[in-house]
Design a protein around this ligand. Structure first.
Ligand code: PLP
Length: 466
């Protein structure tokens, strides 16, 4: 279904206009406000069509979000119907029914006593909300000094000031300020990057000891929360050693540190379940943040699921007049909540089951790419995976060659019909959950060819000898 000539001309206009007027996210100073990126015109199922009419597999499902796939009529219709019924209401002193129903449905899937939902506009505002709630909670409970936040290397939690202060990926913070006085950083739990000579089991002990020692050194009385992704997504699909999350959870419980599980990527099907914290990793957090897949990206919506215990403690505190001074114009947006309800129907009605079924095939197929000498490791869980390229398999050095090897692979794959999410030396794959095994075959075949062509380029340029 190629775009028409008119559509292609319109795309060319859009590219020029963008170059003149649009500020893209994550720009470099040298091209800020003057940059055009690959234009995407249409989407259908797992496919998108670019401005030249070329059809591509949507490897990252947008940004890990188009979970039920593009062009779902049910979702478009429910958005239309809700906008015609009630397009907006002020959440300051009114409410709408879809948000109440969605909160109940989400609570029904959440682990432990997580029973109350605060809706936001996306993931950053969800993390921000969880942290501001922690601050409020500790103020009301009379311990205003219990506010520090533990985060880890490799983490990505958002682009608002406080959420971004938690980020721990290389390069993210090089030129950016942050609320560093509020944050304590711990090691990345990436087994692929563990110290040389250390077993994975010892690495898990090292991480847990580091966590416990940090709490002891700083004092639990000063630490309000730990924020962690069950699988570090944008950090390169980092899966911590077995049992590590459970052990961290326990230390948090013992020290009255709120455990915030950032499931912005992992919730709503990416790992085959609505929430992965308990169903996949066996932990019951105090709060879970979510966004992206909650509407399959059809509407900007996120939120925090909060423990009933925390609500109860606030209600029973000595400060019934204390106000949680936090709310967004689009909190509990009726159109967002309506589309999320329908999206949840689709997930519960077969998409989750499908994701669980194809995940082992997806992982096994991608794993075959380790045959290529540029590939240091393929790792993943559910329908998210990372192909990490290294210059040298002995040292696993990612930086000897061009750091942007991911971008080179992406350029070849684009030619061949696959959009990749390049991350420095890594390619992250997280397609729509409705992908079939045949489509997985296509995706991996293109990726293999894209990496092979990149290897040839690197050899030709004399920058790599693998
Ligand atoms: N948390 C995690 C784990 C994420 O991956 C992201 C975005 O990729 C965010 C938070 C921020 O979400 P948003 O971009 O919707 O603000």
């Amino acid at each position: 279904n190629a775009l028409t000539a008119t559509a292609i001309a319109a795309s060319e206009d859009a590219v020029e206009t963008a170059r003149r007027h649009l500020v893209q996210p994550w720009p470099f100073a040298g091209s800020v406000g003057a940059e055009a990126r690959a234009l995407i015109g249409e989407g259908d199922g797992i496919y998108i069509t670019d401005g030249d009419g070329k059809r591509l597999i949507d490897g990252p499902a947008g940004m890990w979000c188009v979970n039920v796939g593009h062009r779902r009529k049910e979702l478009a219709e429910v958005m239309y119907d809700q906008a015609m019924a009630l397009s907006y209401n002020t959440p300051w002193y009114t409410m709408n029914a879809p948000s109440a129903e969605l909160a109940e449905r989400i609570a029904g899937h959440a682990p432990g006593d997580l029973s109350h939902v605060f809706f936001t506009t996306g993931g950053s505002s969800a993390v921000e909300t969880a942290l501001r709630f922690m601050q409020f909670y500790n103020n009301v409970r009379g311990r205003p000094e219990k506010k520090l936040i533990l985060s880890r290397g490799g983490a990505y939690h958002g682009s608002t000031y406080l959420s971004a202060s938690l980020n721990g990926r290389p390069r993210d913070r090089d030129w950016m300020d942050g609320a560093d006085e509020l944050i304590v950083k711990l090691s990345s739990p990436n087994p692929f990057r563990r110290p040389a000579g250390m077993s994975v089991g010892d690495f898990a002990d090292f991480l847990v000891d580091e966590f416990a020692e940090t709490v002891a050194r700083i004092g639990a009385g000063r630490i309000g929360a730990f924020v962690g992704e069950p699988v570090q997504a944008s950090g390169g699909v980092v899966i911590a050693p077995d049992g590590y999350l459970r052990r961290i959870r326990e230390i948090c419980r013992q020290n009255d540190i709120l455990y915030v599980s950032d499931e912005v990527v992992t919730a709503f099907g990416r790992l085959g379940h609505v929430f992965a914290s308990d169903d996949v990793f066996g932990i019951e957090p105090d709060m879970i943040t979510f966004a992206k897949g909650v509407t399959s990206g059809y509407f900007p919506l996120g939120g925090v699921v909060i423990s009933a215990r925390l609500m109860e403690e606030l209600r029973r505190s000595n400060h019934p007049d204390a106000m949680f001074g936090h709310g967004l114009t689009y909190t509990s947006h009726p159109v967002g909540c309506a589309v999320a309800l329908r999206n949840l129907d689709l997930l519960e009605g077969g998409v989750l089951e499908h994701a669980r079924q194809v995940a082992p095939y997806f992982q096994a197929k991608l794993k075959t790419l380790e045959e290529l000498p540029l590939v240091g490791e393929v790792r993943g869980a559910g329908l998210m995976a990372c192909v990490e390229c290294v210059a040298d398999r002995e040292s696993n050095d990612p930086l000897l060659i061009d750091k942007d090897v991911g971008k080179r692979i992406d350029a070849h794959c684009h030619e061949l019909g696959l959009l990749v999410r390049p991350l420095i030396n890594m390619c992250v794959m997280s397609p729509p959950l409705v992908i079939s095994t045949e489509q997985i075959d296509d995706m991996v075949a293109i990726l293999r060819e894209g990496i092979s062509r990149t290897m040839e380029d690197l050899r030709r340029e004399g920058v790599w000898r693998g």
